[in-house]
Design a protein around this ligand. Sequence first.
Ligand SMILES: [Zn+2]
Ligand SMILES: [Zn+2]
Length: 120
Amino acid sequence: MQKIPEAVVAVCRCTQNKLQYGVEFQRVDAGTWRAQWAFPLSLKEAKFEGFDTTRIEGNIVYDPHFNGCLTCHEKGFTVCGSCKKLSCPSLDGEIFHCPWCGASGRVTYGKIAFQAGGDY
Ligand SMILES: [Zn+2]
Ligand SMILES: [Zn+2]
């Protein structure tokens, strides 16, 4: 069985200006991850650390001190239906435009599964 790490870093992008940042998630239990904080992270660093490779799945809860998207300050996430990458939740009306692959569509809510980083 695949080991589930205690904490992961996911690479997230703002849907408004495509700015990239990292978000640290702590594992609460097997199916729940708590967003701890968002911090600046360059694409180069993300690749170096392997933050863009591992995939986690489950429900997301938010730490009371979670600072939200670094640029638009929205708290929450949207996961693209096509590329499964993470972005912040600010929308153009009801339509989501993926800052990673450019796909757009209506937002559906449910269990979240996205590309994140492994142990660190
Ligand atoms: Zn944002
Ligand atoms: Zn996408």
